[in-house]
Design a protein. Structure first.
Length: 295
């Protein structure tokens, strides 16, 4: 039986030359038909899919430019992550030790303390006139008034002190801002004092505790020469106040070497015996720079 090698040489060569030429043509045509059969929008989607990682990465870098500028070391950590764009490192619940975190501020906290930047004195507002009560009169008939809660407590304290043989002299109580203006500026002119020198012994207008109606100046009726002077601390009235004033809700405002830097005033006492008076002097948000009456 003849084998393949028995086919004449010319025929074998002719067959081998014809067969390889037809195959590539058919293959190229089939590939072309396949490409032309794909809808145009499929090519658009493929192109967008190719661009998507590039565009999203550029968008993420533009949105986080400031954070990257502040912490350049974060870029390498983010790029090394398999999910670079969707999950920036700075947004993770537990920040990296290299990331500087800003302090968290709570907007619900009370407002910042009003600084005692006017020669060491804080600003205070006046109470409504209908909240003031008369506790005595000066020699010229001037009414000395206090806030109603402070007035009631002072009169009880004065009565109990009298029972112990102590006679108080009420020198000053509530003062308006206009009254404080005259007291501050006119006397500073008479005494040739600078505002800083005057502020050591008298608060500038709008910054006196007397505006609140809770502060008063007390003297000893038996030692009038000690009134409004440091020597008042040597009187029996001062000693009684030191031992008993807290029972009635009063405290000395300007003790020796006080934090505000105001001169020691043993005669100046303020009422802190209820919620409103305590907040007036100690709650930061209750101090006022408006110098208007409270509602």
């Amino acid at each position: 039986m003849p084998t393949q090698n028995d086919i004449p040489v010319a025929q074998r060569i002719s067959d081998s030359e014809r067969s390889p030429k037809k195959q590539p043509v058919v293959k190229r045509r089939s590939i072309l038909r396949s490409l032309l059969s794909v809808p145009w929008w499929a090519y658009v989607l493929a192109f967008l899919a190719f661009l998507s990682p590039i565009v999203s990465t550029r968008i993420w870098f533009s949105l986080n430019a400031d954070k990257i500028a502040q912490n350049p070391s974060n870029v390498a950590a983010v790029v090394a992550s398999p999910s670079t764009a969707p999950t920036p490192i700075t947004f993770t619940p537990t920040p990296s030790p290299n990331i500087a975190t800003a302090p968290i501020t709570n907007t619900d906290q009370p407002e910042a303390e009003v600084p005692s930047d006017l020669f060491g004195h804080y600003a205070f507002a006046e109470p409504p006139a209908n909240k003031l009560r008369t506790i005595g009169r000066a020699g010229d008939g001037y009414e000395i008034r206090l806030h109603e809660a402070a007035a009631k407590s002072y009169l009880n304290m004065e009565s109990d002190a009298k029972a112990d043989g102590i006679d108080f002299v009420i020198i000053s109580g509530f003062r308006t801002i206009s009254e404080q203006q005259q007291l501050f500026f006119e006397i500073s002119k008479q005494r040739n004092q600078t505002p800083a020198e005057r502020a050591k012994v008298s608060a500038p207008p709008g910054h006196s505790e007397h505006h609140t109606g809770y502060a008063l100046d007390i003297g000893d009726a038996s030692v009038p020469s000690a009134n409004l002077s440091i020597s008042f601390e040597k009187t029996a009235a001062f000693q009684w106040l030191q031992n008993n004033a807290a029972r009635y809700g009063f405290e000395m405002s300007f003790t020796p070497n006080n934090a505000q830097g105001v001169m020691y005033e043993p005669w100046h006492w303020r009422f802190v015996g209820d919620e409103d008076s305590l907040a007036t002097f100690y709650k930061k948000s209750n101090r006022s720079n408006s110098f208007i009456q409270k509602p």
